[in-house]
Design a protein around this ligand. Sequence first.
Ligand code: NI
Length: 267
Amino acid sequence: MLFDSHCHFTDPGFDGCRDQLAEEISAAGLRIVDIGTDLKTSQAAARAAEDFGFCFAAVGWHPSEVDRLTEELLAETLDLCKDPRVVAIGEIGLDYHWDDAPSRELQQHWFRRQLQEAALLGMPVCIHSRDADGDTLQILKEEVFQKRGSAAGRTRVLMHCFSGSAELARQYVKLGAKISIAGPVTYKNARRNVEVAEALDLKDLLIETDSPYLAPVPMRGKQNRPPYVRYVAEKIAEIKGITYEEVAAATFENACSFYGIDNGGQL
Ligand code: NI
C-alpha cells in the first residue's frame, strides 16, 4: 500500500473525472490526504474525507491566499478540525516566488498564527516553503522547535514537496521534522532532491504527488494523479538501492504515524 501524503483531490482540475479517479485510488489501495489552501478548499477536503474511506483532510491557508484571510475566516476554517477525518493543518508557510504574492510580513503573520492555533488544537502541520528557506526555518524554530517541552513544541512538522538542500533536510530532521518527497525527484535536473533522498533515513521520509501539479517522470507534462505516487516510491528505491516494497511500507507507516492514523490507513 502507498500513502500520498499531500494532494489536491478536490482541485477543479479533477472535476469531471473525480469518480473514476476515486475508483483507481480505491483499487490501488492508496491512502491520500487532500490539502486545503483556503476556506473553500478546506471545506471541500473535509467533505471528501467524509465521502471516501481512502481520503483524509488537512485544512488551512496557503501563503499565496492570505491577503484574503481574517481571524473570523481562520476560526471558521479551523472549526473543521472537529471532524476526526481532518488530520492536519495545511498547507501553511511562506512563498516568496511570485511577484504578486501577499507581502512577506503578511505571510509571516498568518504562518505564525496558524502554527499557534495548530499547537492549541494539537494538530500536525504541513509546511509549504518556496524561495523562503531561511525565514521558514526561523519561524518554525521560534514557534515550534525552540518550544520543545510545551504544547507548541510537540507539534509534528512535515516539510511538503521539500526542495531545499540535503544539509537543510538533515537540520530539519534533527529538529524533529519529517520530509516529504514529490515528483521533481524523478526529473533529470533534480540533483538536490536526489541528494535529500540519499541523505535521509527511510524513517524520516514521506512521499506525495502534490497532484494535479508536478507529475513525475514518466508522466511529466501530463496531469498528475495520486496513483502516480508510485513513481516517486520507485525512484527513492532506486536512489537508496532498496526495494520498492520497503519504500512503500516505510512511507505508508510514516504517513500514518505523522497524521495519527491507525496503521491500516483507518482512523
Ligand atoms: Ni500542495
